[in-house]
Design a binder for this molecule. Structure first.
Ligand code: HEM
Length: 319
């Protein structure tokens, strides 16, 4: 009798879907068991049709999570939305997320109301992009709500700027409960994608503020002579591979932003970067590999809590 009672309680608990707001692995398994595959397929198609767009998706996830938590606020359109902030210059990949959201909802069968939050779609899509561009993967917990607001002014103070000092970057990450190791590991994402000359021209116009390889500076000057909105690959060696090349570039003073270069101004951070680049064998074993450090930091970043909200029907508008 008691046994049957416990079995019944257990069965009832199992049949309950997970509650949104409570992040879990395989969150959608009960209602949409194929959702992660559906998103992965949509993302793979998008990257095939528009090579490099995956870099945009990874940055989108970062810019989503750092502004009021991972809540899809960056995806919303309105005249004063986060998208309109200068801090979000060059943000791209929105269409990838809309396509992945459609595929996600379709995979659930015939949904009404919608089941898969845009914030979750973005977290999964970023993971898939890491897999496509880096060749490694990790588990993503889900159950995020979508926010009902998106305000330009919220990016200020939340998103780090390309002219931040090391201390400013460290403080900015600490506010999100991310460590200096996370900062150094995540910035390795600058081994993919592009940047506008506007975001780094200080580096070659005002060479006294930071060190930059003179030949590299000349090549940037040459590329940027046609204006602030020319785009340049962030990693001049393997621009479409998410790998440790960026740390090798750091070691040679061949990175774009001041915020990249300043990671060298702290000895622990510099040592860690040399280690990630495979140039330093003296650190403890847990610091040796970049991939696990990057995964750990991406997973932590993906858990920055958003507030309560809704599950949007489409990702660029509230319901
Ligand atoms: C540490 C502080 C960071 C600063 C100051 C910073 C700044 C920037 C800037 C200024 C751009 C170029 C924008 C443009 O001109 O178009 C950029 C691009 C990019 N960032 Fe960061 N970033 C930081 C950290 C991160 C992190 C944590 C990630 C991801 C985990 C990331 C991923 C990317 C990617 C993938 C691009 C290229 C995007 C594309 O090709 O569309 N960044 N970042």
């Amino acid at each position: 009798m008691t046994m049957n009672y416990y079995c019944l309680i257990f069965a009832i608990l199992l049949s309950f879907p997970c509650a949104y707001g409570d992040l879990k692995p395989k969150f959608y398994e009960a209602k949409c068991p194929r959702v992660e595959d559906a998103i992965a397929n949509a993302v793979a198609t998008a990257e095939k049709n528009n090579p490099g767009i995956c870099a945009g998706v990874i940055r989108l996830h970062f810019h989503d999570c750092f502004v009021n938590g991972c809540d899809g606020s960056v995806l919303l359109d309105n005249p004063n939305s986060e998208k309109t902030s200068d801090d979000n210059i060059g943000l791209r990949g929105f269409n990838v997320i809309e396509a992945a959201k459609i595929a996600a909802e379709k995979s659930c069968g015939k949904p009404s109301p919608p089941l898969v939050s845009c914030a979750d779609v973005l977290a999964y899509a970023a993971r898939d992009c890491v897999n496509i561009l880096g060749g490694f993967t990790y588990e993503v917990v889900a159950g995020r709500f979508d926010s009902k607001v998106s305000r330009k002014e919220d990016t200020t103070g939340n998103l780090p700027a390309a002219n931040f000092t090391f201390e400013e970057l460290k403080d900015n990450f600490a506010k999100k409960k991310l460590s200096a190791v996370d900062l150094v590991a995540l910035t390795g994402a600058h081994s993919i994608g592009v940047a506008h000359c506007l975001s780094f021209k200080e580096r070659f116009t005002n060479v006294k503020t930071s060190e930059i390889d003179p030949t590299y500076a000349d090549s940037l000057r040459e590329k940027c002579k046609n204006g602030d909105f020319v785009i340049v690959s962030q990693d001049h060696v393997t621009s479409n591979r998410l790998d440790v090349q960026w740390y090798k570039n750091e070691n040679q003073n061949k990175v774009l932003f001041l915020s990249d270069w300043v990671l060298r101004t702290d000895s622990a951070s510099q040592s860690l970067m040399n280690n990630f680049a495979g140039l330093n064998r003296n650190l403890p074993p847990q610091f040796i590999k970049w991939e696990p450090a990057f995964i750990d930091a991406m997973q932590k970043m993906g858990k920055i809590p958003g507030g309560p909200g809704e599950i949007r029907k489409v990702c660029n508008a509230v319901n």
